[in-house]
Design a protein around this ligand. Structure first.
Ligand code: GLC
Length: 530
């Protein structure tokens, strides 16, 4: 029989290949100064919690001075800290504390657009002939918009300036798109990267990394973009995934590699074609390229199995690790999306077994559901730009519950910027810490086992599916012992699966195995060894 003793994971070099990264929605994570808004001091105070969870790195959503039109993704000054969140010194302190705990810190950089309050755009508005105007996409005054391009948040991607010109914004009108063919734009971002890297920051999550360049002739898109589409496909052919963007990532990668402890980049590449996503993670480009097909998958075994197989092949083809993500600040929480906490827990075990890195979104380790946000409390521009037809993303951005017995569940002494729904305290960290069956306990155990078994997170995977049951066999690459299989039953009836020893189960009601067979209930995942 094969030796199944756990093996301490070999040197993690480079660290990012199999990292577990924890996404912090800064405004909603922890409030250090009691104003109802999360901030850097709050995050610093909660770093021991993240170290205890076992993650390798923290990704912090945008912290810059912003126009407030899109949750911080409309940046006014790329080397600033919004006073709501603290100061540049707070970032330095965060990095020092994090490093002391063995955690890396990634910030979020937004190169596709600025805020309309950015000094460049102000000057561009004031003077059409200014050098700053050449840093954006302006088109001459005309009755109709220059072409059929649509904003990803709804409506045309063009708005008019007071003097009648058109300017491009793939998101809100407060987020004018930058013109990346202009060397001044390119060089300014080099400086931004170095500013934060020199402060000790370990890398960046790159917003809209498949954007930046647009068709130089501003030709119509061959179709009309709709946010309900699966990914960004041909209907965005002129506005995303232009060839020039890869040169930017090569340039940024060279900057990362120029540091003694190289920095890392993870890009948002929301393209439907996974082979195209893989091209962003070629060895001299981004370290990780997010693909969102799993995130967008319904609770369906065929869809999960096919997506995982295809994604692994796409990243293998370029020698890159696959980054997995089931939830983020743009998507309804998985408990609600999949229909139950039970399913969300099973999906988490599947994700944490897969080779590559896993991105967790703050609160998923508590099993938070999507919250109902009253219309008058909503903040997301998607809600407003769709005339209320799309609920928007506020429901996954609710302030974290820390201590169930405290005011606002320990998030803040003041009224939180987004209301916590009734019952939120029941999900609090302190309540789950004392419960071995909690979702928090499950995540901790899973991450711990991932550290102990090289097959988990850094093994080679083969995926098979029988009906609603998906099997992922994971073998350590280095030949170390400890092969693990992850089984997930996505169907409605129990299934018997072969197993020698149960390592971890997403549901406490799994027992066995008996005589080499484990009874896997509906909506359950297990890790077993042989
Ligand atoms: C990305 C971000 C999203 C933001 C958009 C515009 O998709 O994840 O939150 O609204 O870019 O910057």
């Amino acid at each position: 029989m094969q030796d199944t003793r756990p093996v301490e994971r070999a040197a993690r070099d480079p660290w990012w290949r199999d990292a577990v990264v924890y996404q912090v929605y800064l405004r909603s994570f922890a409030d250090g100064n009691g104003d109802g808004v999360g901030d850097f001091p709050g995050l610093r105070s909660r770093l021991p919690y993240l170290a205890g969870l076992g993650v390798d790195a923290v990704w912090v959503t945008p912290h810059y001075v912003s126009g407030g039109a899109d949750g911080g993704y409309d940046v006014v000054d790329f080397t600033s800290v919004d006073p709501d969140y603290g100061t540049v010194e707070d970032v330095r302190g965060l990095v020092e504390d994090a490093h002391g705990l063995g955690l890396r810190v990634l910030l979020d950089i937004v190169p596709n657009h600025t805020s309309d309050r950015h000094e460049w755009f102000r000057r561009a508005l004031a003077d059409p002939d200014s050098p700053e105007a050449a840093r954006y996409h302006f088109r001459p005054a005309s009755e109709e918009p220059p072409n059929n391009w649509q904003s990803m948040f709804g409506g045309p991607a063009w708005s008019r300036t007071p003097d009648g010109r058109w300017y491009l914004h793939l998101f809100t009108p407060q987020q004018p798109d930058l013109n990346w063919t202009n060397p001044a734009v390119v060089e300014d971002f080099d400086r931004t990267l170095r500013f934060w890297f020199d402060l000790g920051v370990d890398g960046f999550r790159v917003d809209v990394a498949y954007g930046l360049f647009k068709d130089p002739e501003y030709r119509d898109n061959p179709g009309i973009y709709s946010p309900t589409l699966f990914g960004h496909g041909p209907e965005q052919a002129m506005t995303t995934n232009q060839p020039g963007v890869h040169d930017v990532w090569r340039r940024w990668r060279a900057i990362c590699d120029s540091y003694a402890d190289p920095k890392m980049l993870v890009g948002e590449v929301s393209l439907a074609d996974l082979a195209e996503v893989g091209r962003y993670a070629r060895p001299d480009e981004l370290h990780h390229a997010f693909q969102f097909r799993l995130l967008k998958s319904d609770w369906d075994a065929a869809s999960f199995a096919d997506t995982i197989t295809e994604a692994l092949a796409a990243f293998d083809a370029v020698g890159a690790p696959a980054p997995w993500v089931l939830g983020n600040h743009d998507k309804a929480r998985q408990v609600t999306r999949y229909g139950s906490l039970r399913r969300a827990r099973a999906a988490a075990l599947l994700m944490l077994a897969l080779p590559g890195s896993a991105y967790l979104y703050a609160g998923e380790e508590l099993g938070l559901p999507e919250a109902d946000v009253p219309d008058q409390a909503r903040r997301d521009p998607i809600f407003f730009r769709s005339g209320g037809k799309r609920a928007g993303r506020d429901g996954c951005r609710i302030p974290m519950p820390w201590e169930g017995g405290e005011e606002n569940a320990g998030f803040s002494g003041a009224t939180p910027w987004l209301p916590q729904p009734a019952g939120w305290a029941g999900y609090a960290v302190d309540r789950q810490e004392s419960d071995p069956g909690s979702t928090l306990a499950l995540y901790r155990q899973a991450i711990l086992l991932r550290d102990l078994y090289p097959a988990l997170g850094s093994g080679r995977a083969s995926v098979t599916r029988t009906g609603d049951v998906v099997r992922v066999d994971l073998v350590a690459q280095s030949g170390e012992p400890g092969a693990v299989t992850c089984w997930i039953n996505m169907g409605a009836t129990p299934a018997g699966v072969p197993a020698h020893r149960l390592l971890l189960s997403s549901s406490p009601d799994v027992t066995g195995p008996v005589a080499g067979v484990l009874r896997l209930k509906a909506d359950t995942a297990v890790w077993v060894t042989w």
